[in-house]
Design a protein around this ligand. Structure first.
Ligand SMILES: CC(=O)SCCNC(=O)CCNC(=O)[C@H](O)C(C)(C)COP(=O)(O)OP(=O)(O)OC[C@H]1O[C@@H](n2cnc3c(N)ncnc32)[C@H](O)[C@@H]1OP(=O)(O)O
Length: 408
């Protein structure tokens, strides 16, 4: 089989969307395709062709994503799919290889994605960089600690989400620049991904609702959620609040919005399926054991160009060491690099290596949430100079922990 991989044209958009929907087993109505078209960048979309049949697809969103130190340009890889007729014959490999070469030839130094399955992207040099924390907390276990902050200037407002984009933006944009992994949202992303609310988006739940915490100067926090109404056989209200997102710019607003969510009338529990692992709500709860929490992988990160990427972030502590990088997919990264964190410089060197690691380890550690010491414990990093592992692990760690918060 000979497969050609090339960028698509505007006229090939319907075929591209059809391949994506088929491979994701989606039942997306035409309205969803029209919305998605507003997000997709045709000139950054690749397809694989067997003759004139499109059999695979992928695209890139041009993101400004926060990394340790602030926002940088990041390629948001998305819409990866290969038709069942052509799976496991190397089509994905061709798409990923072409995409990474294109990025190296003039694109972002860093790529990030959400993986449908955790086993797919390690072979292409992506590392598991962020985790998604989820929990289902019963109302009866949700009391706050005595020290929970409050501010008499704050008041809560119930509003219609579709009318509050400006308020959400104010809060979100203040928060996103300090947490690695969070990315700026375009207008279409707000409208079509965050605030979309037709029958298709509700998926059997109630409409999108919101509460906003504000004072005389404006909004300081908000929550977006849906409620799944319910009752027991004895007619005791038993609804579930499903939290879509919750952000606040300060602790008092944060506590107020959470309290409103947890106290929602006629609901007996809250399901938060998409939170950062260091969510401060853990410390607001008097009995955090009631969280019933779990976590799964969230963002996967790939250093397209090791030198540009490592020079684009800040570091927690000084480090000056030589890293030997293994990278079969992007051979321009392979070899030894001297990283000097106080200058944030990364340059080729012939000096002996202090550490040897595969490029996906640097991707996993890039956003600051994956200690290299833990990865070394799993045998993935090799230390040649005593102390080098801890030096790099400390330098690359960052607070707060990484999290993107919105699937792309
Ligand atoms: C960012 C995103 O969009 S994530 C979404 C990914 N897409 C989906 O989940 C949609 C449904 N799945 C698919 O479309 C396809 O099965 C894909 C895209 C996951 C894989 O495409 P294929 O063309 O079959 O992959 P390809 O043949 O290039 O496989 C390359 C290697 O990856 C492995 N691989 C492929 N898919 C998977 C998987 N789901 N889990 C583990 N390994 C996988 C193959 O076994 C192969 O391994 P090898 O090199 O050791 O032989």
């Amino acid at each position: 089989m000979t497969v050609e991989v090339r960028p698509i044209t505007e006229s090939e958009w319907p075929a591209f969307a059809a391949v994506d929907y088929e491979t994701f087993n989606s039942s997306n109505p035409p309205v969803a395709a029209d919305r998605w078209r507003e997000l997709v960048e045709i000139d950054r979309s690749l397809a694989a062709f067997d003759g004139d049949v499109m059999v695979g697809c992928t695209s890139v969103y041009t993101f400004s994503m926060t990394v340790p130190g602030g926002p940088i340009p990041v390629a948001g890889v998305t819409a990866v799919g290969v038709l069942a007729s052509h799976r496991r014959r190397g089509v994905l490999t061709s798409l990923m290889t072409r995409q990474l070469h294109d990025l190296h030839d003039g694109g972002e130094a860093v790529a990030a994605l959400y993986a449908s399955e955790a086993g797919i992207y390690g072979r292409f040099g992506y590392g598991r960089a962020a985790d998604n924390f989820f929990f289902r907390i019963p109302k009866h276990g949700s009391a706050f600690v005595r020290t929970a902050p409050s501010d008499p200037a704050l008041r809560l407002r119930v509003a219609k989400p579709a009318e509050e984009l400006a308020a959400f933006r104010t809060v979100f944009d203040a928060v996103r620049v300090s947490r690695p992994g969070m990315y700026a949202r375009s207008d279409p992303r707000w409208r079509h991904e965050v605030l979309a609310d037709d029958d298709h988006d509700r998926r059997g739940l109630g409409p999108l609702r919101c509460v906003i915490a504000e004072d005389d100067d404006g909004p300081r926090g908000y929550a977006l959620f849906r409620v799944k109404p319910g009752a027991t056989d004895h007619d005791v209200p038993d609804g579930e609040l499903r939290l879509s997102e919750l952000f606040a710019v300060d602790p008092a607003a944060y506590a107020m919005v959470w309290r409103s969510v947890l106290d929602r009338d006629l609901c007996s529990r809250v399901f938060a399926w998409n939170r950062p692992v260091d969510d401060p709500v853990i410390h607001l709860l008097a009995e955090p054991r009631h969280l019933n929490a779990g976590w799964v992988d969230e963002l996967w990160v790939r250093l397209v160009d090791v030198d540009r990427a490592l020079a684009s972030r800040s570091y927690t502590a000084p480090a000056d060491l030589v890293i030997e990088v293994e990278d079969q997919v992007c051979p321009w990264n392979a070899g030894r690099w001297r990283l000097t964190t106080d200058k944030a410089s990364c340059e080729r060197t012939d000096d002996p290596a202090d550490l040897t690691l595969p490029v996906e380890v640097l991707g996993a550690a890039y956003l600051g949430g994956r200690p290299l010491t833990a990865l070394a414990g799993a045998g993935i990093v090799r230390e040649h100079r005593e102390g080098a592992l801890r030096e790099l692990s400390t330098a690359m760690s960052w607070d707060p922990r990484p999290w993107a918060g919105l699937v792309f």
